[in-house]
Design a protein around this ligand. Structure first.
Ligand SMILES: *Cc1c(COP(=O)(O)O)cnc(C)c1O
Length: 437
């Protein structure tokens, strides 16, 4: 079984106190020590999935793993991933800055996005990021101009829309025609002609596509790769280019609930290899950009139960000290999660409850209808699979401080992101002098 097929971090256990532990750390003690809500990342789970990716693709020599930073971006996580041999797929100046400050090799960084600002492109060029994925005509011109000013050549992928519909939530589907991302297949020849004739500071290394996220059907990847191969071979011939890199994006799913059946990384590697066998030219270098499947399972969030409310003849709500500001996914796209009560791991008597967040929105429900041991104020709840798109999507809604993040491994825990303070919340606020009179 691959890590992304597990509901929980691989080190999850029930310890002698009857509490859930991860990375050898008792989660009740961790909650007491660092406070809640708290993001916890299990280092062993993270390193294990990285090694699974590398192992699965070991037969394919020309492969680059680029972790999609937008799933979770901070310096400690970047450090671990770079130790595991991953590069970084970034989508903003802030992400580039984070990996730069971490000290990763900037040649192994790729800059993606459908509306990169001038300032971000300048910064990326000055940091010497290795690859740009060019999304549209405007950006090609801008990148060429800024590269020329610096006497540099930008190595680029062209992001294309392969016209693939994959079965996932509409908001996380990206490869269908009409998508806001990338060049439509009918525009590819125009952009290449334009670059060949005018943009001397761009060098096209290959094509890029990304078809969506939380994908369970490997056939979508197969179809995508076939389209990429055909296009690359057609373009190389027609324009006498030798593009020899192919970026197939990310998107492999994870197991949020028992109903989810994501594919294994080994099966992904097999289907990629099978698709690559249809190449008639030399095998290109493949870039893979997994985000969710790399980090999601390593992360859990701890909450403390506060109030609860039994609606007469209705639901029982239990309210926790976090919610849609630390995990917007349930409110945003009805994402489902699994949870357990840390300090009641062995309790047999269960009740059916709905876990509500603390934020002032009716939609702030973390988990609808879940069986949990009979709950009391002060119980600690662990929501699984929150490593991806939780902290990275967090906000300060209701002017609440963002939670801390702790890394656990071998019974040791370390803060990797400090909890925000009230002072942090007002630190960028200014009152103009004219309002002080
Ligand atoms: C978001 C994104 C990824 C990562 O997707 P996951 O579903 O997290 O694996 C990869 N490539 C691109 C271009 C993306 O936008």
């Amino acid at each position: 079984m691959s890590v992304n097929q597990s509901l929980k971090p691989i080190t999850t256990k029930i310890n002698d106190n009857g509490n859930i532990s991860i990375g050898g750390c008792d989660l009740k003690e961790i909650a007491n020590e660092y406070g809640t809500p708290l993001y916890v990342i299990d280092e062993l789970t993270l390193r294990t999935i990285c090694r699974e990716y590398k192992e699965a693709f070991s037969e394919y020599k020309n492969i680059k793993m680029m972790y999609a930073c937008k799933a979770l971006c901070n310096m400690a996580v970047s450090k671990i991933l770079s130790e595991e041999g991953f590069g970084f797929d970034t989508v903003s100046g802030g992400e580039i800055y984070t990996v730069y400050k971490t000290g990763v090799c900037m040649k192994d960084v790729l800059f993606n996005g459908n509306n990169k600002s001038k300032q971000e492109i300048k910064f990326a060029l000055d940091c010497e990021v290795g690859r740009f994925s060019v999304d549209n005509f405007y950006e090609a011109g801008l990148l060429d101009k800024l590269a020329k000013e610096r006497n540099k050549t930008a190595e680029i992928f062209l992001r294309i829309t392969p016209g693939i519909e994959c079965h996932t939530h509409d908001y996380i589907q990206t490869g269908q025609t009409d998508s806001k991302f990338g060049f439509d297949l009918t525009q590819v020849d125009d952009i290449i002609s334009l670059i060949n004739s005018k943009y001397n500071n761009l060098h096209i290394v290959g094509l890029h596509a990304h078809i969506g996220s939380q994908i369970f059907e490997l056939q979508s990847f197969y179809d995508e790769i076939i389209i990429l191969i055909k296009e690359m071979e057609r373009i190389n011939k027609k324009f006498k280019l030798n593009m020899n890199e192919m970026n197939i994006g990310g998107g492999v799913g994870v197991k949020y609930t028992e109903n989810d059946n994501p594919p294994s990384i080994k099966d992904l590697a097999e289907i990629v290899t099978k698709a690559m066998k249809t190449c008639s030219d030399n095998l290109p270098t493949i870039y893979l950009e997994p985000g969710r499947s790399v980090i999601s399972t390593s992360g859990v969030t701890l909450y403390t139960l506060g109030s609860s409310k039994q609606v007469p003849n209705g639901k029982k709500y239990i309210a926790v000290d976090g919610g849609m500001a630390d995990n917007p996914r349930p409110a945003m796209y009805q994402a489902e999660y699994t949870a357990e009560v840390v300090n009641k791991a062995n309790y047999k008597e269960k009740e059916r409850v709905t876990i509500a967040g603390r934020y002032c929105e009716s939609g702030d429900i973390l988990i609808e209808d879940i069986e949990l041991p009979k709950l009391e104020t002060g119980d600690v709840i662990c929501v699984y699979n929150t490593g991806a798109y939780n902290y990275s999507m967090a906000s300060n809604y209701n002017r609440v401080e963002k939670p801390a993040m702790v890394l656990v491994n071998n019974s040791q825990s370390d803060i990797i992101v400090n909890r925000e303070t009230y002072e942090d919340l007002v630190s960028e606020d200014r009152i103009p002098d004219r309002l002080r009179k």
